[in-house]
Design a protein around this ligand. Structure first.
Ligand code: ATP
Ligand code: MG
Length: 566
């Protein structure tokens, strides 16, 4: 490709609407352009990256025994009624009507469509297992489309669905996908972690997320360096060993804390460290007001609380209801004398003589003790895991990382097949629902995640397996015949060898060309300048290194091949 012909409009300024680096760089480097909120054009260079990501995914899905098909984006309301999701999907679903007033969804996902498809044509256990996938645009009217391709309203996903005759079969399909996903992210050359995930609303039981590591990611994960344990903080179990509490219980005391609301304020006011405080949070669980007590410096994990209570609806209680029940409001609450069920985090059960609100505005209690001063309904693991917690597998100290969820695999079981009455005949001629799994990779999000993980202050540094082109040749002056001829020669040699190369044939200053080459992130730059060319040499620079290397003209192809091999 000649740069003069390339459609890659780069920008010098950082676009003001872009908050995170991948969004900024993809816009600046001419990879994407916004059509409307959360909807983007993939420009030619981005399209090449996406094709490479898709090809790696395709190869690994096919290797695992899956088959690619292509389902429609427009899906009739009826199948969503069958699964019950037309009502529950809510505002995230794009809906439209045809001229006859019939209703449709733009596919946010394809469980319904594929379940009805397979149900219509698969009748016997002999046709199972079956793994089908597609790579296609998905539509979700996200509340906050943001961060460019990270959270779009139209985005590219690979979605795969497995159908098995029994749960042993599902385990096998799931493991195949788990391995295939690992191979995909290895081949993409991204640093990632597989983490245990909360299967949340999707149902089923087992679920894993594939998270590309990046400080700006929305996912927080805890992991163990000693063993393989890693989990989403929403899921990570907090182990608290029963401690031998030797400290004697002291007499409970009520102290005035005028105007002191937050744990920070009360802790400073009383001169008692934050880990000796507890906080009391009031929730409404299926209509009942409850109190949850956790250590003052911890965060409550609502997913754990919801799972533990096994309730359908959970939200923070309103202030007026809290005041009515407790006689005080947020900032002065505590578990002593409360007229509602109190749930206590495991860690609090190990605390002695702690501080809490007195259920009277501007007063706190010190030297409070569980058992003596209040009796909880239950003690459970209710907080978010944090750095330094013990690994639930090996006991080592856990660490925390941030990342971007790029893949998610679920065991669905019979959630959709039962709702949609999708069955086959088993060996005994008995009708059974399909046992299903679903497996997604955000293809466009993966491109953004790759940038988020691989860049410097000058631009993108594409990992070689997904770089739009591998080499960019930069003659420092196109008006110099010798330089131009040498550049053309190298260009032809590389193209003939099948190496994806850009020749920067623009009549621009060398500085401009270097800036663009760095910005668009091409892994290998070959600079042709008058001085080195006189000695029959060119400069070769790897995008991720500062220094370049002088290479004999005759050795250029070999050198490039060596770098690209990694
Ligand atoms: P999230 O929690 O980020 O909203 P999700 O749980 O809704 O993700 P899935 O339904 O499991 O996502 O979709 C599979 C994959 O599709 C995700 O792992 C992610 O990589 C990608 N994806 C989901 N929503 C978006 C989006 N709005 N924009 C880009 N990619 C997305
Ligand atoms: Mg989502």
């Amino acid at each position: 490709m000649r740069y003069s012909e390339l459609f890659c409009p780069t920008l010098r300024e950082i676009p003001s609407e872009a908050e995170i680096i991948s969004h900024q760089l993809l816009l600046r480097a001419g990879f994407i352009r916004k059509a409307t909120a959360g909807v983007y054009t993939y420009m030619p260079l981005a399209n090449r990256v996406l094709r490479k990501i898709m090809n790696i995914i395709r190869e690994e899905m096919d290797r695992a025994g899956a088959q690619e098909l292509l389902m429609p984006i427009v899906q009739p309301r009826e199948i969503w009624e069958e699964s019950g999701r037309w009502a529950v999907y809510g505002d995230e679903m794009f809906r439209l009507k045809d001229r006859h007033n019939r209703e449709f969804a733009l596919g946010p996902t394809h469980e319904e469509l594929i379940t009805s498809l397979v149900n219509a044509d698969v009748h016997s256990y002999r046709d199972l297992p079956l793994m089908l996938y597609q790579i296609q645009n998905k539509y979700r009217d996200e509340i906050r489309p943001r961060f460019g391709l990270m959270r779009g309203r139209e985005f590219i996903m690979k979605d795969l669905y497995s159908f098995d005759a029994d749960y042993e079969g599902l385990d096998i399909s799931y493991n195949k996908m788990y391995e295939a996903y690992r191979r995909v992210f290895e081949r993409l050359n991204l640093k990632y972690r597989v983490v245990e995930a909360d299967s949340g609303a999707i149902g089923g039981n087992e679920s894993h997320e594939f998270v590309v590591l990046a400080d700006t990611g929305e996912s927080e994960i805890v992991y163990c360096d000693n063993c393989d344990y890693a989990a989403n903080v929403e899921k990570a179990a907090c182990v608290v060993e029963k401690q031998d509490i030797s400290e004697p219980m002291r007499d409970i005391e009520k102290v005035a804390t005028p105007g002191q609301k937050t744990i920070e304020e009360v802790s400073a006011f009383l001169g008692i460290s934050k880990d000796k405080h507890v906080k009391t949070l009031m929730y409404e669980a299926d209509g009942e007001i409850i109190a949850v007590v956790i250590r003052g410096d911890r965060e409550l994990n609502e997913a754990k609380l919801k799972n533990f209570l096994n309730c359908a609806q959970l939200f923070m209680a309103e202030e007026n209801k809290v005041r009515k029940l407790c006689g005080a409001t947020f900032g002065s609450l505590g578990p002593v004398g409360l007229e509602c069920k109190v749930y206590v985090d495991l860690e609090v059960a190990n605390m002695r003589n702690f501080v809490c609100g007195a259920n009277e505005d501007d007063f706190h209690l010190v030297n409070v003790n569980l058992g003596r001063d209040f009796v909880p309904e239950a003690v459970a693991d209710l907080r978010n895991a944090v750095k330094g917690d013990k690994c639930p597998i090996c006991g080592n100290s856990l660490d925390v990382l941030r990342g971007i969820e790029v893949g998610h695999i679920f065991k669905l079981g019979t959630k959709y097949s039962e709702a949609m009455n999708a069955t086959f005949l088993d060996q005994n001629g008995k009708e059974k629902p399909f046992i299903m799994g679903c497996y997604g990779i955000g293809v466009s999000r993966t491109m953004a995640a790759a940038v988020e993980q691989n860049h410097d202050e000058d631009g993108i540094i594409w990992p070689i397996p997904i770089a739009p082109y591998h080499v960019i040749i930069v003659p420092v002056n196109m008006k110099n015949d010798k330089l131009r001829t040498a550049a053309e020669d190298i260009y032809n040699t590389l193209i003939e060898a099948g190496i994806e190369t850009i020749l920067d044939d623009r009549d621009e200053r060398a500085g401009v060309k270097f800036k663009d080459a760095d910005l668009i992130g091409i892994p290998v730059r070959i600079t042709i300048g008058p001085k080195s060319l006189q000695e029959n040499r060119v400069e070769i620079k790897k995008r991720w290194e500062k220094e370049s290397e002088l290479v004999e003209l005759t050795g250029v192809l070999e050198k490039v091949r060596e770098i690209l091999k990694g």
